[in-house]
Design a protein around this ligand. Structure first.
Ligand code: SF4
Length: 502
């Protein structure tokens, strides 16, 4: 039993009586069931998950064009993977191919037009990569009647809006965002096909994908509980654990890791700076005006807390508006939630004047939180609602802030826990499938909640905090599984209905 367990049990003791302490001493840190009399048995926490996280900070923090990591970045990456796979097919097989067809299911089909999934797929098939994609080409691909040609493995293919088949929202595939890519002969028979899944945050996999050929982490953990055990056993700070794992898994030097973190910092910073200069309408089927610049200018005239909250909100709005316009942003953990962390990072950089090394440390703490959330629940709105996007973004931003400000691990965890806890149950209901309402403002709320979480965590007595990150992630997974499908990025529930006139 650690000090926190002891203090918590001490709190329970006068209420529950000393005999009730025995099971709790042997169990986890939660509130003993016996202290809540009359509770049905079995409704309790089963303990933190165990496992090994082998995803990396580079996997988590990806750079790509908006507006959606699951519906834009992953589709470019998937189409690019399919292109490379097709190019490597035997010549005689490729010689029979005449066309490529992409069929979308689930949320990709239901909201893909609003998220510009068709453009992303065509861009990937044309050879574009998310980090370097030509955003002018992405805009030009809006005209899906135009036919473009591309060479793959020596064969010429014609690509247009007809390449994409918008199938149905309901399906039986194992992932909400599924797409089937097919290479077809002239008579429509399939020469090669692959069933891909966009799993949130720009990550993807496909049916039967072999394990990636990469290194093993030095420090093995699958939850925050296990991460804290590693920290206690090694005496290493959180960012060193993350750094050593990143280097081992990716097989790269510390300099390479830092270079990527610097690219993330600079991309986030540029997103705020650019977004604060832009005004006018955002692309979409209804009038939606940018407001980050105006909010920022008004906030500059406000004093004290109003001014600070207005500025913090404007930074998040700036990046979220840029993302909606298709600008490059960082998945943190997704593009729908790409404004929350940059708002905090910009504050650290330009208001608190935190050194770059501290910002990198903060990013590594945020990455740990994001990877644990992704591993044990989800970062996809289509799987677990907006709690998994803005909620996780807010938790990551709170960890970033705490760690960059030099907080110890327990305070960093508490900040992330508080931020995530107060997003639990939040649904994903983008109006018309566009990342506009409620997404853009949600980024501002994610940032403000992250800051508030940090203020509470740094000023309370850390060991007296009841909730821990693993329990709150488990609660998010529970709420996400209970959420109706229409409130998980289908655009057919919540604001996606009430904001639409009959
Ligand atoms: S409502 Fe939240 S989860 Fe859904 S698309 Fe918007 S930001 Fe993403």
């Amino acid at each position: 039993m650690d000090r926190r367990d002891f203090l918590k049990l001490s709190v329970i003791a006068p209420v529950a009586g000393s005999v009730l302490l025995l099971p709790a001493v042997a169990g986890a840190r939660g509130i003993p069931a016996e202290s809540m009399g009359g509770r049905p048995t079995g409704l309790c926490y089963q303990g933190p998950p165990t496992g090994i996280i082998t995803s990396t900070l580079k996997d988590l923090f990806k750079i790509g064009p908006g507006p959606s990591s699951s519906h834009t970045v992953a589709p470019i990456r998937i189409a690019s993977n399919f292109r490379a796979t097709v190019a490597a097919l035997p010549v005689e097989q490729l010689a029979k191919a005449e066309r490529i067809e992409v069929t979308l299911f689930g949320s990709l089909s239901a909201t893909g037009k609003g998220h510009r999934t068709d453009r992303a797929l065509l861009a990937g098939l044309l050879g574009q990569q998310p980090e370097t994609c030509d955003t002018a080409l992405m805009d030009a691909l809006q005209d899906t009647t135009q036919v473009r040609t591309t060479q793959i493995g020596g064969q010429q293919f014609r690509l247009s809006g007809d390449t994409i088949v918008w199938d149905r929202g309901d399906h039986v595939f194992p992932y909400a965002n599924t797409l089937m890519m097919r290479l077809l002969a002239g008579d429509g028979t399939s020469i090669f096909e692959r069933e891909y899944y966009s799993t949130g945050g720009g990550f993807y996999t496909w049916k039967g994908e072999p394990p990636p050929d990469r290194g093993q982490p030095v420090h093995r953990f699958g939850s925050m509980t296990e991460l804290k055990q590693v920290a206690a056993a090694t005496g290493l700070p959180l960012h060193q654990i993350m750094l050593q794992n990143e280097m081992a898994i990716m097989g790269v030097s510390e300099q390479v890791v830092n270079d990527h973190l610097d690219l993330v910092i600079d991309t986030m910073d540029r997103g705020v700076t650019l977004g604060l200069t832009e005004e006018g309408l955002l692309p979409g089927p209804f009038e939606f005006y940018r407001k980050a610049k105006r909010i920022n200018e008004k906030a500059a005239a406000d004093q004290g807390g109003d001014g600070f909250m207005g500025e913090l909100s404007s930074y998040a709005l700036a990046v979220a508006e840029g993302n909606a316009a298709g600008r490059l942003a960082v998945t943190a953990p997704t593009l729908g939630s790409a404004g929350t962390m940059p708002a905090v990072l910009y504050t650290l950089n330009h208001r608190l004047h935190v050194p770059r090394a501290a910002m990198r440390q903060g990013l590594m703490a945020a990455g740990a939180v994001g990877l644990i959330c992704k591993t044990n629940a989800s970062v996809a709105g289509a799987e677990m609602g907006c709690q998994a996007e803005i909620g996780v973004a807010s938790a990551m931003a709170a960890a970033l802030l705490a760690s960059a400000m030099g907080a110890p691990l327990d305070v960093t965890e508490n900040a992330a826990t508080i931020a995530l806890e107060h997003h639990l149950g939040m649904t994903c209901d983008p109006v018309g499938g566009f990342v506009l309402i409620p997404c853009i403002e949600r980024n501002a709320f994610g940032a403000v909640k992250a800051y508030n979480a940090w203020l509470i965590a740094k000023n309370e007595i850390a060991s007296q905090h009841w909730e821990d990150l693993d329990r709150v992630i488990a609660a998010m997974a529970d709420a996400g599984r209970a959420m109706p499908a229409r409130l998980r990025e289908m655009g057919t529930g919540g604001l996606g209905v009430t904001m639409v006139e009959c």
